[in-house]
Write a protein that binds this ligand. Sequence first.
Ligand code: 13P
Ligand code: SF4
Length: 328
Amino acid sequence: MQADMEFLHEEILRLKEKKRAIILSHNYQREEVQDIADFVGDSLELSRTASTIDCEVIVFCGVNFMAESASVLSPEKTVLLPESEAACPMADMIKVEGPRKLWKSYPGYESQPALVFPLEYSLRDIKREFPGVPVVAYVNTTADVKAESDICCTSSNVVKVVESLPGERVICVPDRNLSMWAQRNTKKQVISWDGFCHVHDRITKKDALKAKEAHPGALLMAHPECRPEVLDIADHVTSTSGMLRFANASEASEFIVGTELGLMHRLKKENPEKVFHPLRPDMICPNMKKTTLKSIHRALTEMTHVVKVPEDIRIPAKRALDRMLEIR
Ligand code: 13P
Ligand code: SF4
């Protein structure tokens, strides 16, 4: 480690102790951020940790919806997002209410296996069209979208969440690929929305076949934010930490990793004898890479940027997150 990095590392540990802070890191964060964190995990694990951990300050190394969820679940703690501009473009796509094209009803929804609403429609537009149908909000949403929803889900529990709901239909926002993945694993009709993650959705079937051809014998793990045609040829579809569990337990020695490259760090660290190939070398989420040791140090020194959700949104958003956390 370089001298300035070493200094930052030591300072962060000192400040953390002094302020009774805990550092949470998503699996996509930079290596040095993951290495200094108290907990590294996927969205579900980090939500669970944020709701139960004993501390005064949570430094959330991830993107803003994750820090928001931590604050919703633990309003008594100070939640800091070291980089205020670290956002998730998919989470920012869907709005609770907003301008839209005039429309009566979306044609063909009775017969379609997965109905996908175009981006012009707000969450309330869809709810008006399907009154009484429960709404599942992916955790990659803003707190006000969660507050308008019945329950949250993550990539690791979406099918369980959909199955837990009454009735034959569910509305699932905002990721069309995750919704289609849920649709393939449930008999219910999943009414979706046209959001997507630019990191995962850019992967084509051709890319996946090319990676398989380059590494015959390697198992392909893919995140459910990838397109259905990619998931079709994957050996295992799961969340980021699900990939870790799969690779750790597998007898196979070679894997193709169909998610953001930050996960490679833990995969390699926990399985030094196994080989991991990125599905495509440009699977990088720029927002997840904004946080550095420098920004964590600044966050703890200046106590910035505090993420706080107003009570009228926090309480219904917490209800949706709590309902998800009750599902095992
Ligand atoms: P996980 O919950 O699988 O870690 O995914 C979060 C995410 O942002 C995927 O792009
Ligand atoms: Fe959002 Fe995709 Fe980045 Fe995950 S990888 S934070 S879904 S943009």
